[in-house]
Design a protein around this ligand. Structure first.
Ligand code: AN7
Length: 362
């Protein structure tokens, strides 16, 4: 019989220390595809693979950590969880809390989260509050409430989140048969960068891989506190998922970069959108803007001569393109894509497609 995927807590029960399977809250997250990227490989001379995290139940990598965080919250008798979010965490927390039958309060920056994510939080029954402020303000409030009120914090400052997210690195090693030479990944709070670094280091320590990849993390130029080495008070980028000026896992990320001989870089919004389009049109993988930053990062580092020919490269693309689809329909000059309209006649359609009838002289 075909293997049926049971979610990361059951698939990696020994690694995650799952002792009581009865309290596992899962939507079947993890087990996402690792897709070869032929055109990116040709462009860079490397062997490039895409870890497609948009294939998780709520459309982002957050589900890997949320299953662990919600399971532990339920185990401890929590009736409510709380998080601050740029969107994906709120969607995931609301869905997993709904599944567990408890409440999720989600704090998001007013007007700065993508429509798809907002709609997810709402339909899953999350108590959604828009804060007049940015993500960093939301996180401060969520932390304070979790200390003084009976609500369980499920942001990535909760170590259960990082634990669950490590499983993506385990999967990459198992899908490739070894760890890659380089791993590229977006950075917002730097929780996922930390999680992959740990996951890859665990694999190497266990002998399931022969190496730890160099971890290359990227922030948007207008929102790059770790790259610049200082808090950004008013972060700005079209990649709203990573519009974060004071990352929660900053110190952990510096440590992980040190241990993996890694790198932090900043990428312009223009390069992010170009990479999003390139990935969708050449690999068939549609991701939200923030998730394309690793692709842009690879192109930039490759051009800088840092990626030796033949290197094996993996890129985590963190969230699905349908979360924030407006960018797909926006052209470089800011105008909207308008599909061609013709009468309901085959000949008119063929003409627009540039087709000649079969057997007609060329
Ligand atoms: C698509 O949802 O912070 O560096 O509140 O949604 O671990 O923060 C989202 C982050 C990358 C950055 N890609 O990951 C939130 C939130 C996508 C994301 C990140 C996020 P971290």
């Amino acid at each position: 019989m075909a293997h049926v995927w049971r979610g990361v807590m059951r698939e990696f029960a020994d690694r995650l220390g799952v002792t009581d399977a009865s309290t596992v809250v899962t939507l079947g997250e993890g087990g996402t595809p690792l897709v070869p990227a032929r055109v990116l490989s040709e462009m860079t001379g490397a062997d490039v693979w895409i870890k497609f995290e948009g294939m998780n139940p709520t459309g982002s990598f957050k589900d890997r950590g949320m299953t662990v965080a919600l399971s532990r919250a339920v185990e401890h008798g929590a009736k409510a969880v709380i998080c601050a979010s740029t969107g994906n965490t709120s969607a995931s927390a609301a869905a997993y809390a709904a599944h567990a039958g408890i409440t999720a309060a989600v704090l998001v920056p007013e007007g700065k989260i993508a429509m798809g994510k907002l709609s997810q939080a709402v339909i899953h029954g999350g108590q959604l509050i828009q804060i007049r402020g940015n993500f960093d303000d939301c996180l401060e409030i969520a932390r304070e409430l979790s200390e003084n009120y009976p609500v369980h914090l499920v942001n990535s400052v909760n170590p259960d989140r990082i634990e669950g997210q490590k499983t993506a690195a385990y999967e990459v090693v198992s899908q490739l048969g070894d760890a890659p030479d380089f791993h590229f990944i977006p950075i917002g709070n730097a929780g996922n960068y930390t999680a992959y670094s740990r996951g890859f280091m665990e694999e190497a320590a266990a002998g399931t891989s022969t190496r730890v990849p160099r971890m290359f993390g990227f922030q948007a130029e207008g929102s790059a506190p770790i790259v610049r080495g200082e808090v950004v008070r008013n972060p700005e980028t079209i990649a709203t998922a990573i519009r974060i000026g004071n990352p929660a896992s900053w110190e952990l990320a510096l440590d992980a970069r040190e241990k993996t001989d890694g790198y932090f870089g900043a990428i312009s919004d223009t390069a992010i959108l170009a990479a999003q389009k390139l990935l969708a049109s050449t690999a068939g993988v549609f991701v939200e803007p923030a998730s394309a930053i690793g692709v842009a990062g690879l192109l930039e580092r490759s051009a800088a001569g840092v990626i030796p020919a033949g290197s094996r490269v993996t890129i985590t693309v963190t969230g699905h393109g349908l979360k924030d689809p407006q960018w797909a329909l926006t052209q470089e000059d800011g105008s909207q894509v308008t599909p061609t309209i013709v009468d309901a006649a085959p000949r008119d359609v063929a003409e627009v497609l540039g087709l000649s009838p079969v057997g007609a002289p060329a």
